[in-house]
Each structure stands twice: as C-alpha cells, then as structure tokens.
Design a protein around this ligand. Sequence first.
Ligand code: HPA
Length: 288
Amino acid sequence: MEPHVTYDVVSRAAAAVRQRIGLVPQVALILGSGLSHLAERIQDAARVPYTDVPHLVQSTVPGHAGQFVAGMLSGVPVVAMQGRVHFYEGYSAAEITLPVRVMGALGAEILIVTNAAGGLDPDYVVGDVMIITDHIFLPGLAGANPLRGPNDDRLGVRFPDMTPAYDPRLVQLVRMVAHAEGIDLREGVYAMVAGPSYETQAEIRFLRAVGADAVGMSTAPEVVVARHSGMRVLGLSLITNVPGDFAGDTAPADAMHKQVLAVGEDAVPRLTRLVSGVLERIGATREA
Ligand code: HPA
C-alpha cells in the first residue's frame, strides 16, 4: 500500500511546529506559485522550515521554498504554508497534504488556498483572479485520493461529504471584499490534473467539456484533507496563462513556468488586498 498518514504522524508533526510558534492559528493559508510574498506581510512571524518538521516531504520545485510562517495578519492569528509540495513530485496524495492536517491540528478552522492556474473559460485573461466555487479532482476520482487507505476517525470520517467543498459564506465574504476594493473576480470550477506536463489541445477541450473553468496541478487534494479535518475552505486561483498559448512556440521549454511566476508577482498586491480584506472581516466576527 502507498504511504498514508496516521494520527500519530500528524500529532508528532504538529507538536514540532506548535513548540516553535507562539500562537493558535485561526486561519491557515497556502501560498502557491509566485504568491509566496504574501507571507512577508505576516507580523511577529515565526518561521518553521519543512525540513525541521518530522514526516513532512520536501519540495523540489524552484519558487516553492518550503516553510510554515505563523503570526498575525490583518488582526488574525494565521499559519501560512510558504510553498507546497505537488503530487507530480512523486509523493502520495496523503504525503503532500500532511501540512494541511498539521495546520488543522494547530487549531486552524479555515483554510484559504491559492494557486496558479490555466484559464479554460474563453473569457478569462492572464491576471484574472477566480473564486473556486467547486473542483474536479481528476487524480482523486481515478484513485489518487489522499484519504485512500485505512481511516482513523480521530482525523475525520470515512466518507466525507464534499457538497459543498468550498464554503458558500466565505465565497460571499470574498465577493463583498472584491466589491469594496474595486477588484474584478471570476468564479468557476477548478480542475486538478496530476501534471507535470501541461495539457494537450485535446485535454484542454476535454476539461472545458466537463465543466472546468481553470486547470492546475494542486489544491484539490489539500481541500479534500481540509474538509476531512473539518475546516471551512476558501479557494482562489490566479489565472497565469491560457493553456494552448504556447502551442507551436519555439520559446524555451520552461517559458510557461516562468510566466506563471511572473504573473504571480504582478497579482500579489491584488491578492493581498483580497486576503487581507477577508481576514479583517473574519477578525471582526472573532471579536464580536
Ligand atoms: N495547466 C496546468 N497547471 C497549471 C497551468 C496550466 O495551464 N497554469 C498554471 N498551472
């Protein structure tokens, strides 16, 4: 059987992080490709490299420096993952999602997950931000679900409900923030593919036909684990490219990955405003 995650593993990893951070986080954040700068706004930050945490697997991708950053952001105690490990790096879905379990075990009740994604909806342009209203977890449907294996009821139920996977109240909250900040948002369905190769033309048509508005190589396994752990989830995709754009291009093979990172840099101020606005409102209800 492929590696799965046990209650003891989660407890040991969480204990190692807990003793390095001076707070109980309410919100967990996952900062994806190009978005890791958001973590620099966290105040009184304690940083815990993934290498210091037992059982965590290590990222191999440039732009994914791996550490937890815990502290205050917009008045809310948070723990952020600065960098994530992807399924395409060769680990199991359970292994790559252990950090989400750790953040849940530390106390986080809400997960805000961000990613870079290719736009499939023909109206989408590079730089758009999309609220993820639902996902299609292709590797998960085909067997690479992080919950595959024995279930420990202390971590969650055997058959977690995924309707809805993304919390409608948080969707409503980020809509309000976007309106107040004058930021245009898209809303749509995120399809997760295993990668690391980008999609063929036929795969792009397939994904559009089954109702996906954006495609990426992360997030869905993390959201399954967050829901299993009882967390409420908000997902935001930054549209960094339109798949097929590079078709027939003679540019270096990593042109698309470079573009993904560059668009991320450009969108950081907007995403920062969105996430800060959401946190401020969460903080306000905290005090009430
Ligand atoms: N496809 C898959 N994953 C991605 C893409 C894409 O076009 N862009 C960013 N992540």
